[in-house]
Design a protein. Sequence first.
Length: 230
Amino acid sequence: MKADLAPRRVSVDENPDFYDVLRPLASTYASLGSVERIAVVGNQPLEESVTRAAIIDSADLVFRVNGFRLDEPDGAPAVGTKTDIVVFNRGVRPTPWFFSEYSERLYLLIEPGRMQWEWEVYPHFWPRDLGFITVPNRDVIIPLAREIGLDPERDGEWATTGTTMMWIAAHLFPTATLDVAGLSFVDHPEQTSWEHAYGDACLVGPEHRIANEGRLARQWIDSGRIRFHR
């Protein structure tokens, strides 16, 4: 960890806001301690771009998702190398970059499947000396799902980890500028399978409605809440 924070005792009656509790910890991973600009990077394959890679790596905080990839030292720049916060789910397929320098990152586990069928089984590949923060469904997954017209408790439908990552970043630092890249559903909401920057393609899970997520992302783009980089 980059900083040791004294434990905060919270009464069960306080019902603290998740973002208020997490924000001081997340801020310790920022380059200069302040968070004015965030990069949020999905796993869509992207063409070479020196400009995009520089925008990502110069952000105060960089969020990445699930089985992400990073630029290689001898490869063409596309998505940069900086990684501060990793948002993942229990079904993650780790890439060669997922655990690299893990002691310098914050890992956030989302588990919407716990509302339906998923067991609380920690991944067997998890390093023994690395912890993670569990993202509460009540504070994140359910409000996001309702925003895009889904009911995860009733229907077992929820947002993808990529959209959840963007939602967390936007609500964790509401005044920060968000530079977003690598979310394919923005331009291709009709797709039924995912192409990944690393690893094989896979089907879009039946629990997702990515057209709904695409509409939310485009609303945020049109309103200026996020800057989307193709």
